[in-house]
Design a protein around this ligand. Structure first.
Ligand code: 5CA
Length: 157
């Protein structure tokens, strides 16, 4: 199956891990966690949403991968990071990660990102993450998410 360039970029970034993770592009929108859950037929909690924040001092993108229904406690992340974080706007996300909001994946960004993973994701057998476009996702296990991101598992809420 031919993937769009952004989805292929994610598929290529996954390849070195040798985990046989397969990016799929769906006819339905997977732009939000709710839409993604509907499109693949899982619970919203099983959607690993990749949220980009902006570190306030070093002006770097920070990746927080949260369980679909959770809201990130920015103060907690700031404390762990060692500097406050704030919201990132759409331009910052696109320019610094190479992906648009609604399709930001856990891997394949323009630069390595400080990454935090929601401990709530670890309870699931399988989870789904965005894969570069608002129609592309891939299925993985929580240990695979830890492996491909090298992220720190924390309580994010
Ligand atoms: N593909 C889906 C499921 S994996 C997805 O990417 N969902 S998401 O929740 O990770 O991405 C949407 C997120 O982008 C929202 O939760 C919100 O935090 C953020 N967002 C949406 N619109 C904006 C905006 N205008 N500016 C900054 N962030 C935004």
């Amino acid at each position: 199956m031919t993937l769009s360039p952004s989805a292929q970029k994610v598929q290529d970034a996954l390849a070195p891990f040798g985990l046989s993770l397969q990016v799929v592009e769906l006819p339905a929108s997977t732009r939000t966690a709710v839409e993604a859950a509907q499109a693949v037929g899982c619970t919203v909690g099983q959607i690993a949403k990749s949220l980009i924040f902006r570190s306030q001092q070093s002006d770097r993108p920070v990746l927080v991968i949260a369980s679909g229904a959770n809201r990130v406690n920015e103060k907690r992340i700031g404390e762990l990071l060692g500097e406050p974080i704030g919201k990132a706007d759409a331009d910052f996300v696109r320019q610094r990660t190479g992906f648009v909001i609604g399709g930001v994946p856990p891997v394949g960004h323009l630069e390595p990102l400080a990454t935090f993973l929601d401990a709530d994701l670890m309870q699931f057998e399988e989870i789904w993450a965005a894969a570069g476009t608002p129609n592309a996702v891939f299925k993985l296990t929580p240990p695979e998410l830890v492996k491909i991101t090298g992220g720190q598992v924390i309580k994010i809420i």
